[in-house]
Write a protein that binds this ligand. Structure first.
Ligand code: ZN
Length: 263
Protein backbone atom coordinates (compact mmCIF):
# COMPACT_ATOMS: atom_id res chain seq x y z
CA UNK A 1 0.00 0.00 0.00
CA UNK A 2 1.30 3.46 -0.84
CA UNK A 3 2.12 5.83 1.97
CA UNK A 4 1.27 9.52 1.88
CA UNK A 5 4.93 10.18 1.11
CA UNK A 6 4.82 7.83 -1.90
CA UNK A 7 1.68 9.61 -3.15
CA UNK A 8 3.36 12.99 -2.76
CA UNK A 9 6.50 11.82 -4.55
CA UNK A 10 4.52 10.42 -7.47
CA UNK A 11 2.64 13.69 -7.71
CA UNK A 12 5.95 15.60 -7.76
CA UNK A 13 7.28 13.36 -10.52
CA UNK A 14 4.13 13.92 -12.60
CA UNK A 15 4.37 17.68 -12.29
CA UNK A 16 8.11 18.32 -12.57
CA UNK A 17 11.55 16.97 -13.18
CA UNK A 18 15.17 17.81 -13.74
CA UNK A 19 16.22 20.13 -16.59
CA UNK A 20 16.86 17.59 -19.37
CA UNK A 21 19.94 19.07 -21.05
CA UNK A 22 21.68 19.92 -17.77
CA UNK A 23 20.96 16.48 -16.37
CA UNK A 24 22.34 14.77 -19.48
CA UNK A 25 25.47 16.94 -19.27
CA UNK A 26 25.90 16.01 -15.61
CA UNK A 27 25.71 12.29 -16.34
CA UNK A 28 28.04 12.64 -19.32
CA UNK A 29 30.64 14.40 -17.15
CA UNK A 30 30.64 11.62 -14.55
CA UNK A 31 32.31 8.42 -15.84
CA UNK A 32 30.87 6.51 -12.86
CA UNK A 33 27.52 6.75 -14.66
CA UNK A 34 28.89 4.95 -17.75
CA UNK A 35 26.90 1.95 -18.78
CA UNK A 36 23.64 2.87 -17.08
CA UNK A 37 20.84 1.79 -19.38
CA UNK A 38 17.91 3.96 -20.38
CA UNK A 39 15.62 2.75 -17.60
CA UNK A 40 18.34 3.16 -14.96
CA UNK A 41 19.10 6.70 -16.14
CA UNK A 42 15.43 7.57 -15.99
CA UNK A 43 15.07 6.11 -12.50
CA UNK A 44 18.23 7.89 -11.34
CA UNK A 45 16.81 11.15 -12.69
CA UNK A 46 13.60 10.66 -10.72
CA UNK A 47 15.50 9.88 -7.54
CA UNK A 48 17.78 12.89 -8.02
CA UNK A 49 14.80 15.19 -8.58
CA UNK A 50 13.15 13.98 -5.38
CA UNK A 51 16.49 14.15 -3.53
CA UNK A 52 16.90 17.80 -4.49
CA UNK A 53 13.31 18.51 -3.50
CA UNK A 54 13.51 16.83 -0.09
CA UNK A 55 17.09 17.58 1.00
CA UNK A 56 18.52 21.03 1.65
CA UNK A 57 21.92 21.76 0.09
CA UNK A 58 23.47 24.71 1.89
CA UNK A 59 26.49 26.77 1.06
CA UNK A 60 29.07 27.37 3.80
CA UNK A 61 31.67 30.15 3.79
CA UNK A 62 30.31 31.74 0.65
CA UNK A 63 30.80 28.83 -1.73
CA UNK A 64 28.54 29.09 -4.77
CA UNK A 65 26.26 26.06 -4.96
CA UNK A 66 25.54 26.08 -8.68
CA UNK A 67 22.94 23.98 -10.47
CA UNK A 68 25.83 21.86 -11.75
CA UNK A 69 27.01 21.27 -8.19
CA UNK A 70 23.52 20.33 -7.00
CA UNK A 71 23.01 17.93 -9.90
CA UNK A 72 26.44 16.34 -9.38
CA UNK A 73 25.73 15.76 -5.71
CA UNK A 74 22.25 14.38 -6.34
CA UNK A 75 23.34 12.09 -9.17
CA UNK A 76 26.22 10.52 -7.25
CA UNK A 77 24.31 10.32 -3.97
CA UNK A 78 21.42 8.53 -5.68
CA UNK A 79 23.52 6.02 -7.64
CA UNK A 80 24.05 3.75 -4.58
CA UNK A 81 20.32 3.83 -3.77
CA UNK A 82 19.15 3.26 -7.33
CA UNK A 83 17.63 -0.08 -6.29
CA UNK A 84 17.11 0.77 -2.60
CA UNK A 85 14.95 3.88 -2.76
CA UNK A 86 15.18 7.38 -1.34
CA UNK A 87 13.96 6.34 2.11
CA UNK A 88 17.45 4.89 2.60
CA UNK A 89 18.49 8.52 3.14
CA UNK A 90 15.72 9.26 5.61
CA UNK A 91 18.31 10.48 8.14
CA UNK A 92 19.80 12.97 5.66
CA UNK A 93 18.06 16.31 5.76
CA UNK A 94 20.97 18.55 4.87
CA UNK A 95 24.09 18.59 2.74
CA UNK A 96 26.63 21.29 3.59
CA UNK A 97 29.05 22.37 0.86
CA UNK A 98 32.35 23.93 1.90
CA UNK A 99 34.59 25.75 -0.57
CA UNK A 100 37.56 23.39 -0.26
CA UNK A 101 39.09 20.78 2.04
CA UNK A 102 37.95 22.03 5.44
CA UNK A 103 39.59 21.88 8.83
CA UNK A 104 37.75 20.09 11.65
CA UNK A 105 38.51 19.61 15.32
CA UNK A 106 37.24 16.40 16.91
CA UNK A 107 37.52 15.38 20.53
CA UNK A 108 37.41 11.81 21.76
CA UNK A 109 38.15 10.02 25.02
CA UNK A 110 40.56 7.09 25.02
CA UNK A 111 40.25 3.97 27.19
CA UNK A 112 41.96 5.77 30.09
CA UNK A 113 39.38 8.55 29.90
CA UNK A 114 41.84 11.05 28.49
CA UNK A 115 40.21 13.43 26.03
CA UNK A 116 42.21 14.04 22.87
CA UNK A 117 41.66 16.84 20.42
CA UNK A 118 42.44 16.11 16.78
CA UNK A 119 42.58 18.68 14.02
CA UNK A 120 42.33 17.34 10.50
CA UNK A 121 41.81 18.62 6.97
CA UNK A 122 38.94 16.77 5.30
CA UNK A 123 37.15 16.70 1.99
CA UNK A 124 33.96 15.22 3.45
CA UNK A 125 32.20 14.00 6.54
CA UNK A 126 28.95 12.20 7.39
CA UNK A 127 27.48 12.90 10.81
CA UNK A 128 25.31 10.38 12.60
CA UNK A 129 21.74 11.76 12.56
CA UNK A 130 23.28 14.88 11.02
CA UNK A 131 24.37 16.39 7.73
CA UNK A 132 26.65 15.19 5.01
CA UNK A 133 29.50 17.65 4.51
CA UNK A 134 31.27 17.91 1.16
CA UNK A 135 34.09 20.00 -0.23
CA UNK A 136 32.98 21.84 -3.36
CA UNK A 137 36.38 21.45 -4.98
CA UNK A 138 36.29 17.68 -4.56
CA UNK A 139 32.72 17.42 -5.87
CA UNK A 140 33.64 19.39 -8.99
CA UNK A 141 36.94 17.52 -9.46
CA UNK A 142 35.25 14.13 -9.86
CA UNK A 143 35.95 13.20 -13.48
CA UNK A 144 37.48 9.71 -13.61
CA UNK A 145 36.79 6.14 -12.60
CA UNK A 146 39.88 5.94 -10.44
CA UNK A 147 38.28 4.20 -7.46
CA UNK A 148 37.72 7.33 -5.39
CA UNK A 149 34.40 9.17 -5.20
CA UNK A 150 33.76 11.58 -2.34
CA UNK A 151 29.97 11.69 -2.64
CA UNK A 152 29.54 7.92 -2.81
CA UNK A 153 31.94 7.56 0.13
CA UNK A 154 30.05 9.92 2.44
CA UNK A 155 26.63 8.59 1.51
CA UNK A 156 27.84 5.01 2.05
CA UNK A 157 28.55 6.11 5.63
CA UNK A 158 24.94 7.30 5.91
CA UNK A 159 23.71 3.86 4.78
CA UNK A 160 26.06 2.28 7.34
CA UNK A 161 24.54 4.54 10.04
CA UNK A 162 20.99 3.32 9.43
CA UNK A 163 21.47 0.80 12.26
CA UNK A 164 23.57 2.95 14.59
CA UNK A 165 27.12 4.20 14.46
CA UNK A 166 29.15 3.63 11.32
CA UNK A 167 30.93 0.31 11.84
CA UNK A 168 31.08 -1.28 8.40
CA UNK A 169 27.92 -3.32 8.94
CA UNK A 170 24.85 -1.58 7.49
CA UNK A 171 21.41 -3.16 7.93
CA UNK A 172 21.45 -6.14 5.55
CA UNK A 173 18.47 -7.22 3.45
CA UNK A 174 16.49 -10.29 4.29
CA UNK A 175 18.28 -13.34 2.93
CA UNK A 176 21.70 -11.79 3.44
CA UNK A 177 24.01 -13.27 6.06
CA UNK A 178 25.77 -11.15 8.68
CA UNK A 179 28.33 -13.96 9.03
CA UNK A 180 29.07 -13.96 5.29
CA UNK A 181 29.30 -10.15 5.26
CA UNK A 182 31.65 -10.10 8.25
CA UNK A 183 33.84 -12.91 6.88
CA UNK A 184 34.23 -11.18 3.51
CA UNK A 185 35.01 -7.74 4.92
CA UNK A 186 37.22 -8.91 7.77
CA UNK A 187 39.37 -10.98 5.42
CA UNK A 188 39.72 -8.07 2.99
CA UNK A 189 40.45 -5.59 5.79
CA UNK A 190 43.15 -7.83 7.24
CA UNK A 191 44.69 -8.41 3.82
CA UNK A 192 44.75 -4.67 3.07
CA UNK A 193 46.32 -3.87 6.45
CA UNK A 194 48.97 -6.59 6.00
CA UNK A 195 49.86 -5.43 2.51
CA UNK A 196 49.90 -1.78 3.57
CA UNK A 197 52.27 -2.62 6.44
CA UNK A 198 54.59 -4.27 3.90
CA UNK A 199 54.50 -1.17 1.75
CA UNK A 200 52.77 -2.94 -1.14
CA UNK A 201 50.63 -1.15 -3.69
CA UNK A 202 46.99 -1.76 -2.80
CA UNK A 203 44.22 -2.49 -5.30
CA UNK A 204 41.99 0.13 -3.66
CA UNK A 205 42.46 3.37 -1.73
CA UNK A 206 44.63 2.78 1.36
CA UNK A 207 42.14 4.80 3.44
CA UNK A 208 40.22 1.52 3.69
CA UNK A 209 42.75 0.40 6.30
CA UNK A 210 41.67 3.15 8.76
CA UNK A 211 38.88 1.07 10.32
CA UNK A 212 35.95 -1.18 9.25
CA UNK A 213 33.63 1.81 8.63
CA UNK A 214 36.10 3.42 6.25
CA UNK A 215 36.73 0.02 4.68
CA UNK A 216 33.03 -0.27 3.76
CA UNK A 217 32.90 3.30 2.42
CA UNK A 218 36.07 2.88 0.34
CA UNK A 219 34.92 -0.54 -0.92
CA UNK A 220 31.68 1.16 -2.00
CA UNK A 221 33.62 3.77 -3.96
CA UNK A 222 35.62 1.01 -5.66
CA UNK A 223 32.45 -1.04 -6.28
CA UNK A 224 31.00 1.73 -8.43
CA UNK A 225 34.16 3.12 -10.02
CA UNK A 226 36.48 0.13 -10.51
CA UNK A 227 34.21 -2.91 -10.13
CA UNK A 228 36.47 -5.24 -12.12
CA UNK A 229 39.44 -4.37 -9.92
CA UNK A 230 37.47 -4.90 -6.71
CA UNK A 231 35.95 -8.14 -7.98
CA UNK A 232 39.39 -9.48 -8.92
CA UNK A 233 40.96 -8.49 -5.58
CA UNK A 234 38.12 -9.28 -3.17
CA UNK A 235 35.40 -11.32 -4.92
CA UNK A 236 33.59 -12.13 -1.66
CA UNK A 237 33.29 -8.43 -0.81
CA UNK A 238 32.13 -7.70 -4.33
CA UNK A 239 29.46 -10.41 -4.08
CA UNK A 240 28.21 -9.00 -0.77
CA UNK A 241 28.02 -5.50 -2.23
CA UNK A 242 26.03 -6.79 -5.22
CA UNK A 243 23.53 -8.22 -2.74
CA UNK A 244 23.51 -5.08 -0.61
CA UNK A 245 23.25 -2.45 -3.35
CA UNK A 246 21.21 -4.74 -5.62
CA UNK A 247 23.36 -3.62 -8.54
CA UNK A 248 26.26 -5.15 -10.46
CA UNK A 249 28.39 -2.30 -11.84
CA UNK A 250 30.85 -4.82 -13.29
CA UNK A 251 28.14 -5.91 -15.72
CA UNK A 252 27.51 -2.30 -16.71
CA UNK A 253 31.21 -1.64 -17.26
CA UNK A 254 31.80 -4.64 -19.54
CA UNK A 255 34.26 -3.37 -22.12
CA UNK A 256 34.62 0.04 -20.47
CA UNK A 257 38.17 0.44 -19.10
CA UNK A 258 38.62 1.70 -15.59
CA UNK A 259 41.78 2.70 -13.80
CA UNK A 260 42.47 1.99 -10.14
CA UNK A 261 43.83 4.70 -7.88
CA UNK A 262 47.60 4.45 -7.42
CA UNK A 263 47.32 5.14 -3.68
ZN1 ZN B 1 34.90 8.10 5.58
Amino acid sequence: MWSLRDWWRRRLLRTGGLPGAQWRNTLAALPVMSGLNRAERRRLGELAWLFLYEKAIHSVQGVIVSDEMRLRIAAQACLPILELGLDSYRDVQTVLVYPSGFIVRHEFADEAGVVHSVVAGLSGEAWERGPVILSADDVLAENANDGTNLVIHEFAHKLDMLNGSANGLPPLHSGMSVAAWAAAFEAAFEDLCTRAARGETLPIDAYATENPAECFAVMSEAFYEIPQVLNAAYPDVYAQLVLFYRQDPGQRFQGIPCVPSDT
